[in-house]
Design a binder for this molecule. Structure first.
Ligand code: AMP
Length: 476
């Protein structure tokens, strides 16, 4: 199962929790993280001696009512927004996952994808453990509870992390303590912030901004943080030589106003546009973005090329989650429901159309058809990402290899398939330069088929260390 999610954890000082309960802070944070998942959402809060949750399928404003939220009185809690492939769209998979065990309660909010999730599940099932969901998060919960019966929370989290392979950014509530943990390669983002009356941990810094707080820093790869009344306690559990931050967060997934691993996503996308203009110049009348994901790169392209920026497409802001009846007849309506052309801006123009990425190629084809129908003379597609040639196993819901258009076709055939006059993808070097993080610290698996962790049937370019080797390296 592939997951794209957003997580948040909040601790409010007791004196402030009355006026600003953790539940409300989590709710606003989840609003800010809505782009990371629209299928389901949940908030779990410690209310006195009990743990209470609100969970549901749908968007944040659909799931929570003011009255219900205000009933969740408490100073500490975690929250989650989730998107997964439709097959697994079930309320049981909705997080935070809550588990009661002999000496207390655990609530887990997880963003990421374990590559050894199935193996661990098999192992736990053979020990007689029963699963109620098909998510990796329940695997983490079982492992954690096993450890908590023997060790304190910090030792327990470390022991669990040593078993997990893949990507995970976690917000964890263990009894009345709040923790954040990031996998040793730091695939998915996770940051900590200070807000008036407390602290927050969240997938993206926009959640902290929304609460009018200050971003303190990113959780480091391999780090566990305990958020306490007096601040943050850090435990560096693993020291991998290099991180493997997901490049797709910068290309498409994260909000442009977020700062991830020290880089403002907006600036990265602007530089992507500039690099694209250097790598793939073309004579044209206007630079036009595919909204919203292509806007910032289009600004960068305009700055570098000097060609006028003009919007040729407008997105419906209120589209939300719309059901589309399948079939050819509805297809055009479906596309136009989401996006419309501004014909006057496009008519008789040579257009450079900027989008963030091409996955299956269907969106680009439909949009280019619309742009032509609006009267564009030429359409030159410029893509703010290198060709996506391989699947993601680490938390981005991309597509299978068979579905990825660039996995099957060279650039000129993709150009023909999307009916563009020309097509230019950003190079991997250009992307790395735009992100501004050393190439060795990035996961480029979907772009070069080299993954930083072992995945059956795929190539891995990094040595995997066992826990003993990790510890030896740590000590040396
Ligand atoms: P397509 O090529 O038709 O599969 O659609 C690609 C477009 O979908 C891109 O331009 C992105 O704006 C958007 N997109 C890319 N990756 C994802 C993803 N993992 N989830 C949802 N939308 C995505």
């Amino acid at each position: 199962m592939k997951e794209e999610c957003g997580v948040v954890g909040v601790l409010m000082h007791d004196a402030d929790a009355q006026a600003k309960p953790a539940s409300l802070q989590i709710y606003y944070s989840l609003y800010a993280l809505q782009h990371r998942g629209q299928e389901s959402t949940g908030i779990t809060v410690k209310c006195g001696e009990t743990i209470k949750s609100i969970k549901g399928m749908g968007l944040v404003p659909e799931v929570y009512s003011k009255d219900d939220l205000l009933k969740l009185k408490g100073n500490i809690g975690v929250g989650h927004v989730r998107y997964s492939t439709t097959g697994d769209s079930k309320i049981e998979n909705c997080q935070p996952l809550m588990v009661k065990y002999k000496s207390g309660n655990v609530a887990i909010a997880h963003n990421g994808n374990l590559v050894n999730g199935h193996d661990l599940r098999d192992e736990l099932e053979s020990e007689g453990r029963i699963f109620i969901t098909n998510s990796d998060t329940e695997v983490i919960a079982h492992l954690l509870v096993k450890e908590l019966l023997k060790h304190d929370p910090i030792e327990s989290i470390k022991a669990v992390m040593s078993r997990l392979k893949g990507s995970y950014s976690l917000a964890l509530m263990i009894d009345d303590r709040l923790f954040a943990a990031r996998d040793p390669l730091g695939f998915k983002p996770l940051c900590i912030g200070e807000i008036s009356g407390g602290y927050v941990v969240a997938s993206e810094s926009v959640a902290i901004d929304t609460l009018n707080g200050e971003l303190v820093r990113d959780v480091k790869p391999g780090e566990v943080i305990e958020i306490t009344d007096s601040g943050f306690e850090s435990y560096q559990m693993f020291n991998e030589k290099n991180a493997a931050h997901c490049v797709f967060e910068y290309i498409y997934f994260a909000r442009p106003d977020s700062i991830i691993d020290g880089q403002l996503v907006y600036k990265v996308r602007e530089r992507i546009g500039r690099e694209l203009a250097k790598e793939h110049p073309v004579e044209a009348d206007i630079v036009s973005p595919v909204p919203d994901s292509g806007i910032t790169s289009a600004i960068g392209y305009t700055e570098e090329s000097g060609i006028n920026y003009q919007e040729g497409l407008m997105k419906n802001r209120y589209i939300g989650r719309t059901f589309i009846i399948p079939g050819q007849a509805m297809r055009e309506t479906a596309v136009r429901l989401k996006m419309n052309t501004i014909s006057e801006n496009l008519k008789d123009k040579k257009v450079i159309l900027i989008d963030d990425s091409i996955v299956r190629g269907t969106t680009s084809k439909r949009i280019i058809e619309m742009v032509r129908k609006a009267g564009a003379k030429e359409v030159h597609a410029r893509i703010g990402s290198p060709a996506i040639i391989a699947p993601c196993y680490l938390g981005i819901d991309m597509a299978t290899r068979e579905e990825l258009i660039a996995a099957k076709k060279p650039v000129d055939k993709v150009r023909d398939a999307i009916t563009a006059d020309s097509l230019g993808y950003l190079s991997i070097d250009g992307l790395v330069k735009a992100i501004g993080i050393d190439r060795g610290e990035l996961c480029l698996g979907c772009l070069n088929e080299l993954y930083p962790v072992e995945i059956p049937g795929e190539k891995c370019h990094r040595k995997q260390l066992s826990l003993d080797e990790f510890e030896e390296e740590d000590q040396s």
